[in-house]
Ligand binder design. Structure first.
Ligand SMILES: Nc1ncnc2c1ncn2[C@@H]1O[C@H](COP(=O)(O)OP(=O)(O)OP(=O)(O)O)[C@@H](O)[C@H]1O
Ligand SMILES: [Mg+2]
Length: 503
């Protein structure tokens, strides 16, 4: 996985582009929020296909919730093996902890401080002395952690109503889902609303997610919203907002037919048309399928830009400038900045909110399309290279990044063997908070299971050590930003692209 064990703050919603449709869902979600504000906790699930607008709908609700005095906690789940357990929860609490005044925070966390600090190391940074937790067997420790988190949330919600969003739970690890179930059962008298988003098809392939949703759906405060495609009127509004002009009836119908009202597909197709100067034509001849649409947009980039992005796609959904530069040794720093600006302008990547010198693909489908364009053997070699670069970058403190290293070395096993994979997988297992026991540890590293490694089970079973997951250091290099601004100043900026599109 990428260094994105950092869970960025809530995605900065695309304020410049209008949110269309979804009035029925938004009415219901706003009503649920009002219930939660009155002390009747709520759980809502937004489900649907990729790109249908689950995250965006949650963002719109979050924006509204903030006007209603709610505090927002946003966590998202990682697509891939190697994420430590509870990663979405750790990310969700990180910003809260950082932004809450110490005395208030101490009171809200209460006696569970040792367990909470194991999950969110920032608690120790903020509150200083954190006691060592007493050691219990894994099941008991897990229960104690769940109790601690749930009590913390309830106390925090008593001070201020909370909207808690867990994005992409189809990718959540098993312990995170168990914690979700535990909390959801206890919030009926709390000022807390939980919003989950999930891709329907991917959730269907994950038994723990299915079981979690089945259990949640039995709660009286649970409501599921299945998002379908936008209607024709919304497609027209969407077009107007994207293209700055009206679509005639044929164009709107054609867009609807080709995209089935999926906002992501719509956005892609409209941008493609704009780039070809074909707005306003009745006969579209649109490409079928989003991969093709994305592929067409990618083909407009320079070869070197595609090469850089393809490598980045193997790093993960988000990536660090410095590490990408090291992997791409033939690219100078300034070259790479220009190439990333090219990708920013094409809206294929965006800055990661709150993280200098990190970028993320604007959509998982963009990353997937790029990564799938590589042959299996090339991908294996790239993982090997990325793993080795990360090992060098993290120097003699690899512990905090063990899961990420294990991920790349597991993918690189066909060329590098399994020694490093086993080394880092064990290191990651030893550093997990929450005491999920051997079953949890092994499930997080399915790749280790397949290999016979003497002593593995014995060593894994000692992995119940309370060491907090540290966030990877921010490589913060403001010089890059300045250089990028300078590049943008030469007329390649996003603003220019927007102006051209709208003009
Ligand atoms: N109702 C809407 N109005 C305008 N734009 C929308 C709407 N819904 C989604 N979008 C835009 O469509 C794109 C895809 O939406 P989003 O990322 O929310 O999809 P998703 O369902 O979360 O997809 P995934 O399963 O891949 O996470 C985004 O650019 C988003 O801003
Ligand atoms: Mg989403």
């Amino acid at each position: 996985m990428s260094e994105s064990q950092q869970n960025p703050a809530p995605p900065a919603g695309p304020e410049d582009r209008g949110f269309v449709g979804r009035s029925r869902e938004m009415d219901l979600l706003r009503a649920a929020l009002a219930e939660a504000k009155d002390g009747r906790g709520q759980v809502a699930l937004l489900s649907g296909e990729p790109g249908i607008g689950k995250t965006r709908t949650a963002q719109e609700l979050a924006r509204y919730a903030e006007t209603q005095g709610f505090r927002l906690l946003w966590g998202w789940c990682y697509d891939g093996e190697g994420a430590p357990p509870y990663w979405p929860w750790a990310g969700l609490f990180r910003t809260y902890v950082q932004q809450t005044e110490p005395d208030l925070l101490r009171g809200q966390i209460g006696p569970g401080i040792a367990d909470i600090a194991g999950l969110v190391p920032e608690v120790g940074d903020k509150l200083g002395d954190v006691p060592e937790p007493t050691h219990l067997d894994p099941e008991q420790s897990r229960f104690r952690l769940f109790e601690a988190v749930s009590s913390f949330l309830k106390r925090a919600a008593a001070d201020e109503p909370l909207l808690l969003v867990l994005d992409d739970i189809h990718w959540a690890d098993e312990p995170s889902l168990l914690l979700l179930r535990f909390i959801a059962r206890q919030i009926d008298d709390s000022r807390l609303m939980i919003v989950l988003t999930s891709r329907e098809a991917e959730a269907a392939g994950n038994p723990t997610v299915i079981e979690t949703l089945a259990q949640l759906s039995r709660l009286p405060a649970f409501r599921r919203h299945i998002l379908g495609g936008l209607e024709i009127d919304d497609v027209r509004l969407f077009f107007r907002s994207e293209a700055g002009q009206d679509a005639d009836a044929d164009l709107a119908q054609s867009l609807l037919a080709h995209t089935e009202g999926n906002p992501f597909f719509l956005g892609e197709v409209i941008r493609l048309l704009a780039s070809q100067g074909r707005h306003g034509q009745g006969e579209l001849g649109l490409p079928q399928g989003v991969r093709e649409v994305i592929g067409q947009r990618l083909r407009r980039l320079s070869d070197r830009c595609i090469q850089a992005l393809t490598t980045a796609s193997v790093v993960g959904r988000d990536f660090d400038f410095r590490m990408l530069g090291t992997v791409l040794e033939d690219f100078s720093e300034i070259d790479l900045l220009e190439l990333l600006d090219e990708a920013l302008e094409a809206r294929l990547v965006e800055d990661t909110p709150g993280r200098s010198d990190r970028y993320q693909f604007t959509h998982a489908l963009v990353q997937q399309t790029l990564s799938e364009s590589l042959s299996a053997s090339r991908k294996v070699r790239l993982h090997a290279r990325i793993g080795e670069v990360l090992e060098t970058l993290y120097g003699n403190r690899p512990e905090n990044h063990a899961a990420e290293l294990a991920h790349h070395f597991s993918q690189a096993a066909p060329v590098l063997g399994i020694e490093k994979l086993v080394h880092y997988a064990l290191m990651a297992a030893h550093r997990r908070p929450g005491h999920c026991g051997q079953r949890g540890i092994l499930s997080g590293h399915r790749t280790v299971e397949g290999h016979d490694h003497p002593g593995r089970r014995e060593r894994l079973s000692t992995g119940d050590r309370r060491v907090p997951i540290q966030p990877p250091e921010d490589s913060g290099r403001p010089g890059h930003r300045r250089a990028r601004r300078a590049v943008r100043g030469r007329g390649h900026g996003l603003g220019d692209a927007q102006a051209r599109r709208n003009g």
